[in-house]
Design a protein around this ligand. Structure first.
Ligand SMILES: [Zn+2]
Length: 277
């Protein structure tokens, strides 16, 4: 039989884009182990239309190879009776995470035993490579099908129905090009380190100023306060003013008074010129 005549025997498959999306999302939900489910739809002349899918719960825990367990079938028929009472199960799907599109011996066993009707198909997808393929019955044997039609259920809408503009990305000019890929990034890191340096210096300075202010109020100001000292006697003027008060006799104050009075006390070499407290 020539390939051309075979082409006429191969059934076509029409599948909704929303169904493909659901299958892809189910496959991506388990990136290491296979997942499976069934396809729901109706036969249509030479082909078959997939209108929905039902994920096979409890099947993905089976390990590397998918298996339709009793629980899986119970869940599938329950969902089908509730949501798709008028459709038929027109095939099944499963994922091959990372190993491509084909039907293994295990897969053909499943197809022959559970999906043996002439129009039933097996959809395979690889969530790692985003490859997809569909297998079906051609002259009594299973082959990869050539005609897959994707149905967009929102097709037919006017193009300007939404009237929404595309979002504007403002920073496209700064998109690094090959060769200067590190330029903007390095400038950013320099700015960051400069900012950090400034913050560090400012915080150290503020701590220093705070410490000075606290020290100013707490510790006695021995050195900082200048005490007037008589240029002749070397006595602090504060002390000279207090002495007459303690002795009860009035003595003229100021430079005149000290010059008329002979220095009664020689300057104490140990205390002269220093504040006494
Ligand atoms: Zn498989």
């Amino acid at each position: 039989m020539s390939p051309r005549s075979r082409e006429n025997e191969r059934p076509w498959v029409a599948i909704g884009s929303d169904v493909i999306r659901q299958i892809r999302q189910h496959a991506r939900s388990s990136i290491k182990t296979e997942v499976c489910g069934v396809l729901v739809g109706s036969e249509n002349g030479d082909g078959m239309e997939v209108e929905a899918c039902i994920s096979g719960l409890n099947a993905e825990q089976a390990g590397a190879h998918v298996t339709f367990t009793q629980d899986t079938w119970e869940h599938i028929y329950k969902v089908k009776d509730q949501q798709y009472p008028d459709q038929r199960i027109v095939g099944w799907y499963h994922s091959h995470p990372g190993f491509g599109i084909f039907l293994s011996d295990h897969d053909t066993f499943i197809h022959k035993n559970f999906f043996s009707s002439p129009k039933q198909v097996a959809w395979v997808c690889d969530p790692h490579s985003d490859e997809e393929g569909c297998f079906g019955w051609v002259s009594g044997r299973i082959e990869r099908l050539t005609q897959i039609r994707i149905i967009d259920r929102q097709g037919g809408e006017g193009a300007e129905v939404g009237g929404r503009p595309e979002p504007v990305v403002e920073e496209l000019e700064d998109e690094p090009v090959a060769g200067q890929a590190w330029g903007p990034a390095r400038r950013d890191s320099e700015m960051v380190s400069l900012t950090q340096l400034t913050v560090t210096i400012l915080s150290h300075l503020s701590v220093l100023v705070l410490g000075l202010v606290i020290g100013w109020y707490i510790f006695p100001r021995i050195v900082m306060v200048p005490v007037p000292v008589d240029p002749l006697t070397g006595q602090p003027l504060v002390l000279r003013q207090m002495e007459p008060d303690s002795q009860g006799s009035a003595v003229p104050q100021g430079g005149q008074g000290t010059s008329s009075n002979p220095p009664s006390k020689p300057p104490d070499p140990g205390k002269g010129g220093h504040a006494q407290r």
